[in-house]
Design a protein around this ligand. Structure first.
Ligand code: WT7
Length: 645
């Protein structure tokens, strides 16, 4: 008699082993998660050393087709997006058929305006349905989108638009967050005064606040949309054609335009999304990230839509109009999978369970995800025990703009260790290097002897270059530890083989999970008329993870005052955007510099962290008295003033 075969689905770890033993065969099989117009010939080629990694070469496909068209035969009526406005009275449900209709129209509007395959289109929109629609419309016609977070200010917009030489900007007349309106179009008007390449601004009416209309540049989206054809054919794209650029902060001044290409990115986003979140047919999934960040790209748009998921798209903030808003929305749409950031979890935890949880059920939840920064134990336990009532798996996903998708994550079927991201995803081979010798650290490590985390082999979702600056790509990520991809984070592997991420090793501050380069902020502060020179470091913050401590030298003749501090803080909010929260400004007569003029940020960090005993060697300082002076005039932000809470 023939034995019955056991029909067990392969677990994460078994698949992981296969992905490492025979990487090419593994990804060849996984590439079936998407539909190809023409199959690829080579699974992967190129290397980190040469900076020429490619996946699924010669394959032809279209991302918009994969995220929308191909689902229509089965899921035309399935909801693609439940859109929930900042104002709870505003919502709409968009089926896959409706999404298809909107994407086609939007694509034809872009074509009518002259957008062509390969053009870079800037998208600066609030969290409205037109954000995914605009992104998919670009993908449909082969234009490369560059989404800029709606919280960025005109200067930050102009920097990014100029770097990519965009000719088109898609924006809205306004958006809402926490009951406040955001003047997106006004910001764009201001930005393009310094953007010589911009020819057209396509304006989606959302806040009914159309003003300062300039007929030469501005185009009203809905008016034009009525005039175009309802169907737009898909553009066949090569696997390695760029899909989008997304700017992120590095440790030097200029933001980096991370470039993701078509096939590898989509295969990776879809595969990780399906596995890590245990996606089941019919699930309602909500990732709270803004589309302006990579989480919004990979896990609000591309991964979930490639998997025909029903998503929630939320315009607002976690606690408006009431503290329980996040979980009211979870109950309203019966969300099964919820993905947010530690900063939001901590902020809600601080509001108290009565206000945040008591009047919500949260019974639909099954998987709770977190991303953006290490999650502290208290927040992890509150998320697991209270939000998920002890019944949900917590997936603490470590990844980056550059990696395209999740790199390290717990397995939802196994025990999850609070604070640890745990296992490398399929095909990801990490190592921990000694920061100084670059030797691989093989044994069990602890939080005290962490090293630099690196990745040993290419994966489909990795970025392919930095826009217009391949040298910087090589220098920042591949020439630091030769033969490895270096993400910039510290980490250790414990005795069970689980990975723990300890934070950035470079001059990047993580405020509420957003990466902000110290040099970028310094140049903004320096541009204030009263300021001569600045150095900033990150200091701990209970909710935001980190905030900014700024050491500022004033121009000669300027009198320091509290008012001036407020003015500088306001300047940074206006010039960079509100995410760059400065907690402390300390006036200083000089900065600790080496004789060659390099600021010793390590010293500034130790002083701001009240760890001056650990400053160590200061013999290379040009002026040894500098440190004493900085300590003597330090501001103690740890003391919470009465009434300031
Ligand atoms: C940096 C990447 C990936 C989307 C959001 C941020 C930190 C991210 C975790 C985590 C510890 C994390 C790292 C990383 N980070 N997730 N689960 N545990 N740290 O994307 O702006 O490119 O920032 O965020 O430092 O390098 P990003």
């Amino acid at each position: 008699m023939q034995k019955r075969k056991l029909q067990m689905s392969e677990g994460w770890l078994t698949q992981y082993q296969r992905s490492i033993d025979d990487n090419a065969t593994f990804w060849a099989k996984k590439s079936e998660i998407i539909d190809w117009i023409k199959p690829w010939n080579t699974v992967t080629s190129g290397s980190f050393q040469e900076g020429n990694v490619k996946w699924f070469e010669e394959g032809i496909l279209n991302v918009s087709y994969n995220c929308v068209d191909r689902h229509l035969s089965k899921y035309a009526d399935r909801i693609a997006f439940y859109w929930e406005g900042d104002n709870p009275k505003h919502s709409q449900a968009l089926s896959y058929q409706a999404l298809y209709d909107r994407v086609n129209r939007f694509a034809n509007v872009l074509k009518t305006l002259g957008v062509k395959k390969g053009d870079v289109v800037c998208i600066y929109l609030p969290m409205i349905v037109e954000a995914p629609v605009a992104m998919l419309a670009c993908a449909r016609i082969g234009a490369v989108h560059s989404v800029i977070f709606g919280g960025f200010s005109p200067v930050a917009i102009a920097d990014r638009v100029n770097d990519a030489k965009c000719t088109f900007i898609i924006t809205a007349d306004g958006g809402y967050r926490g009951g406040k309106s955001i003047p997106l179009k006004t910001n764009v008007d201001e930005a393009i005064k310094n953007c010589p390449t911009v020819e057209k601004v396509l304006v989606v009416e959302h806040a009914h606040n159309i003003n300062n209309w300039n007929d030469k540049i501005d185009v009203h989206y809905y008016k034009l949309a009525q005039q175009v054809d309802v169907f737009c054919p898909i553009e066949p794209m090569n696997a390695e054609d760029p899909l989008f650029i997304l700017y992120t902060s590095g440790s030097t001044g200029k933001p980096k335009g991370v470039v993701h290409t078509t096939a590898g990115y989509l295969v990776y986003a879809a595969t990780t999304h399906k596995q890590i979140f245990d996606l089941k047919d019919g699930d309602v999934y909500w990732c709270t990230a803004d589309v302006g960040w990579i989480t919004g790209h990979s896990y609000v748009i591309y991964g979930p839509l490639a998997n025909a998921t029903t998503n929630v798209l939320f315009e607002g903030v976690p606690s408006y109009p009431q503290k329980s808003r996040f979980f009211d929305v979870v109950d309203k749409y019966k969300v099964n999978i919820f993905y947010t950031a530690p900063t939001a979890i901590r902020a809600l935890q601080a509001e108290g369970d009565d206000a945040v949880l008591a009047n919500t059920k949260r019974d639909s939840l099954r998987i709770l995800g977190t991303v953006g920064e290490p999650i502290n134990r208290e927040a992890w336990h509150w998320y697991h025990d209270k939000v998920g009532k002890g019944k949900c798996s917590i997936v603490d996903t470590w990844w980056q703009t550059e990696t395209g998708g999740v790199m390290i994550s717990p397995d939802h079927t196994q025990y999850q260790k609070p604070g640890s991201a745990m296992y490398p995803f399929w095909g990801i081979e990490p190592a921990i290097l000694d920061k100084n010798t670059a030797n691989e650290l093989k044994g069990a490590l602890t939080a005290h002897d962490y090293g630099a985390i690196v990745i040993k082999r290419p994966w489909p979702g990795m970025m392919r270059t930095l826009w217009g600056d391949h040298k910087r790509y090589m220098d920042s990520y591949f020439n630091v530890y030769l033969g490895y991809y270096f993400p910039g984070d510290g980490a250790y592997r414990d005795k069970d083989g689980h990975y723990w991420i300890s934070g950035r090793l470079d001059d990047v501050i993580s405020i509420a999970g957003h990466r902000i380069g110290t040099a970028e902020i310094e140049s903004v502060i320096d541009s204030h008329e009263a300021v001569a020179e600045t150095a900033v470091v990150g200091i701990p913050d209970a909710i935001k993870g980190e905030v900014i401590y700024a050491y500022v030298i004033l121009e000669k003749g300027i009198t320091p005052s509290e008012l001036l501090k407020q003015d500088i803080m306001e300047w940074v909010r206006k010039t960079y955007g509100p995410i760059a929260s400065i907690k402390v400004i300390q006036w200083v007569p000089m900065l600790p510099k080496t004789r060659s003029g390099k600021i010793m940020r390590r010293i500034l960090r130790k002083i701001a962290h009240f760890e001056e005993q650990q400053i160590g060697d200061t013999s290379t300082l040009a002026d040894a008295n500098c440190v004493k002076n900085l300590i003597a005039n330090r501001s103690d932000y740890r003391i919470v003033k009465k009434g300031s809470q």
